[in-house]
Design a protein around this ligand. Structure first.
Ligand code: HEC
Length: 121
């Protein structure tokens, strides 16, 4: 009798452990999916794209000016012109149309607008 009870308890414990491990996995999968969905919804990360592709010439704050790069903190260019320049390049600036897709170019162009020095009028 004792032996049967023991193996029953062991079985129940094992089933429980199995169950919660499966729950845990599905909860994690769901969290990962939610994260992926929200990243897709909010689009590409313009700041990350800028840090990967642009700071070599423009600097993290947009002011570096290497190879004659324009100071982005004072640039008055509107969004569509920025998209144009980023896509096709200009003088020493390399075109990015082969490296970034349209949504990424738009996101990074929007990001450059945030580099504008708020004290400059
Ligand atoms: C190889 C160096 C280099 C890299 C890399 C580079 N740029 Fe440029 N960028 C330049 C130069 C040089 C200019 C000025 C072009 C001109 O008008 O002669 C410029 C101009 C610009 C302008 C126009 C500013 C104005 O007021 O005319 C924007 C916007 C810009 N870059 C954004 C970016 C973004 C965003 C990236 C990354 C995706 C990037 N650049 C990467 C060199 C670079």
């Amino acid at each position: 009798m004792n032996k049967i009870n023991f193996s029953l308890i062991a079985l129940i414990l094992a089933l429980n452990a199995c169950h919660s491990a499966a729950d845990e996995i599905s909860a994690r999968t769901k969290a990962a999916q939610d994260k992926a969905n929200s990243a897709e919804k909010s689009g590409p990360d313009g700041g990350a794209i800028f840090r990967q592709n642009c700071i070599t010439c423009h600097g993290a704050d947009g002011k570096l000016g290497l190879s004659g790069a324009k100071d982005l903190s004072v640039s008055e260019l509107p969004l569509d012109s920025r998209i144009q320049i980023i896509t096709n390049g200009k003088n020493l600036m390399t075109p990015f149309k082969a490296l970034l897709d349209e949504a990424e170019i738009k996101a990074v162009a929007e990001y450059t607008l945030t580099l504008r020095d708020q004290t400059v009028k």
